[in-house]
Design a protein around this ligand. Structure first.
Ligand SMILES: Nc1ncnc2c1ncn2[C@@H]1O[C@H](COP(=O)(O)OP(=O)(O)OP(=O)(O)O)[C@@H](O)[C@H]1O
Ligand SMILES: [Mg+2]
Length: 212
């Protein structure tokens, strides 16, 4: 199997899709958003296509496209459906695959299933995207505990935001999880600028192996 990665995070709206676009582009890989909740704005797949310059044949179709921007369990209910975990099977592709969850690890897909359970079943290493702003130490450490509790493999932490070395350092020390790098806030978010920022701030070789 070629390299598979899950991009998750401590929260919604923190830059997972932007990071996933940069990673998919850097790896020359495929992108898959299994559950898209909210269809009025640009979808995450469309953002990855635009910001990662990822050709459409390398953006795999979502398993669920739900109309309401809400927690997937609720969004599914509003659409009169429910999420069947048997449909959440990573597609078979001939290159690296970047999979993005919705929101954070403990986001419900149904009344008895959260995203972290699915990641645990997949045993695909998770890249935990976290903010660098106040509050992130607590959210990051809680997220790491939730993954460890379920034996979810963790590749590392991708910080997103302005530099905050003390925060990044205490998170790495207390969690024992390595930092993969930090994506700065880009004043103008373009495909070229994002690609450059990724190359300047992340070591591609970090995405080749899984830490214990
Ligand atoms: N590195 C960055 N520089 C500048 N703007 C960013 C950066 N990362 C994210 N943003 C902006 O922040 C917003 C949220 O980003 P994004 O959609 O990637 O979040 P997300 O974590 O994927 O959210 P969701 O949980 O809804 O999937 C977007 O408007 C995006 O343009
Ligand atoms: Mg997203």
């Amino acid at each position: 199997m070629t390299a598979h990665f899950v991009v998750s995070g401590t929260d919604t709206g923190l830059g997972k899709t932007v990071f996933a676009a940069a990673l998919t582009n850097a790896l020359g890989g495929y992108y898959w958003k299994p559950v898209q909740a909210g269809l009025d704005e640009e979808t995450d797949s469309q953002t990855v296509s635009r910001l990662g310059g990822v050709p459409s044949e390398r953006i795999l179709p979502e398993a669920y496209k739900l109309s309401t921007p809400a927690s997937p369990h609720l969004s599914a209910q509003i659409d009169g459906t429910s999420i069947d975990p048997r449909r959440l099977v990573p597609p078979d592709v001939d290159g690296p695959l970047v999979i993005e969850g919705a929101g954070g690890l403990m986001v419900p897909l149904s009344e008895n299933l959260v995203f972290a359970d699915v990641f645990a079943a997949w045993q695909i290493p998770v890249i935990l995207c976290t903010r660098t702003t106040l509050g992130t130490i607590n959210h990051t450490l809680l997220s790491v505990e939730a993954m460890r509790h379920r034996a979810v493999p963790i590749l590392g932490i991708a910080f997103i935001g302005n530099e905050n070395l003390e925060t990044e350092s205490i998170i790495s020390k207390l969690s024992g999880i390595r930092s993969l790098g930090r994506l700065p806030i880009l004043t103008s978010l373009t495909a070229t600028g994002l690609s450059r920022a990724f190359h300047d701030n992340f070591d591609r070789s970090a995405f080749g192996e899984v830490s214990p």
